[in-house]
Design a protein around this ligand. Structure first.
Ligand code: CUA
Length: 319
């Protein structure tokens, strides 16, 4: 993204520079040319429509170019490619906690390979922070209570500064870290270091420990919706709305289950607010996500299609 952002920024500088030059040249020229002189009477000039149209249309054109160009760069920078590697980020006063989908955890350091799209799914444990990597021209606020997303693809190996760019208390200026971009081979070596297993597997464990699995069964007989294949698909809600099951939806459904109840279900789920940490939430989200990616985690949960149709029609009356 940096090339695109820089090109746009340089364009803005050139346009502003040219306008400044034009205005000051005209200012100085007119001040000299029409200065007060003895024996010369000032002439009153009425407005000129062609002139006014010209100086409206030309700037409009220039601004529309900036707008369209800026919008393209913005949307490219905002939209993570589909097959990005995912990293969960939890900000807190005053550190960055990062967890790879593969399970590696880091603090104030993020290892990534050259040339891979990396999607950051970020939240804060306390106040607003901002994830800022100047070398990648990337900055995204990190908010408590929801996920924000950012992405990048590092093109050169090296170590890059990570800053918090939102004043967040006494040690704000110390909330710094680094992005370590490695050649693929080096990265693989780093990756093979100690891990607790994929994040989604951790999530699956929490899912069964918290008893989620008793209602969100992998057949259609649970009191809660079957979560197989739900992530990333449209969901019909009880109040008629359609939403897409994304990270924020899964998060909200865990913390505020009554907010968006799936059609055909009752709002019987208790909240898990205060019972799960941000890290556990991330693991749960990663697990629910893995249920939509065949071959990843969720190994012990049978897919819904394995249930005979006869049983599936019995309904959900579990007392
Ligand atoms: Cu976190 Cu400033």
């Amino acid at each position: 993204m940096s090339g695109n952002v820089d090109a746009l920024y340089i364009f803005l500088l050139i346009v502003s520079g040219m306008m400044t030059l034009l205005i000051f040249t005209a200012l100085i020229y007119f001040a000299a040319r029409y200065r007060r002189q003895h024996g010369v009477q000032a002439e009153q000039i009425e407005g000129s429509t062609p002139l006014e149209i010209t100086w409206s249309i030309i700037p409009l054109g220039v601004f529309m170019v900036i707008f369209a160009w800026g919008a393209v760069v913005y949307f490219k920078g905002r939209t993570p490619p589909r097959d990005s590697t995912e990293v969960y980020v939890v900000a807190k006063q005053w550190m960055w906690k990062l967890e790879h989908a593969e399970g590696q955890r880091e603090i104030n350091e993020l290892h990534v390979p050259v040339g891979r799209d990396v999607k950051l799914i970020m939240t804060s444990q306390d106040v607003i922070h901002s994830f800022y990597v100047p070398a990648f021209r990337m900055k995204q606020d990190v908010l408590p209570g929801r996920y924000t997303v950012a992405w990048f693809r590092a093109t050169k190996a090296g170590t890059y500064h990570l800053f918090c760019a939102e004043y967040c208390g006494t040690q704000h200026s110390g909330m710094i870290g680094s992005i370590v971009v490695q050649e693929p081979a080096q990265y693989e070596a780093w990756m093979s270091g100690g891990t607790t297993g994929p994040l989604s597997a951790t999530g699956e464990k929490i899912f069964s420990e918290l008893g989620c699995v008793t209602c969100h069964r992998s057949d259609t007989q649970g009191r809660g919706p079957n979560l197989q294949g739900v992530f990333g698909t449209p969901v019909q809600l009880e109040d008629g709305r359609m939403i897409t099951a994304d990270e924020n939806y899964v998060r909200e459904s865990i913390l505020d289950p009554g907010a968006k109840v799936v059609k055909g279900f009752k709002p019987v789920m208790p909240t898990f607010q205060g019972l799960v940490s941000e890290e556990q939430l991330n693991a749960l989200v990663a697990y629910v996500k893995s249920l939509s990616k065949p071959g990843e985690a969720g190994g012990s949960v049978k897919p819904a299609v394995a249930v005979p149709a006869k049983d599936a029609t019995k309904g959900s009356q579990v007392k």
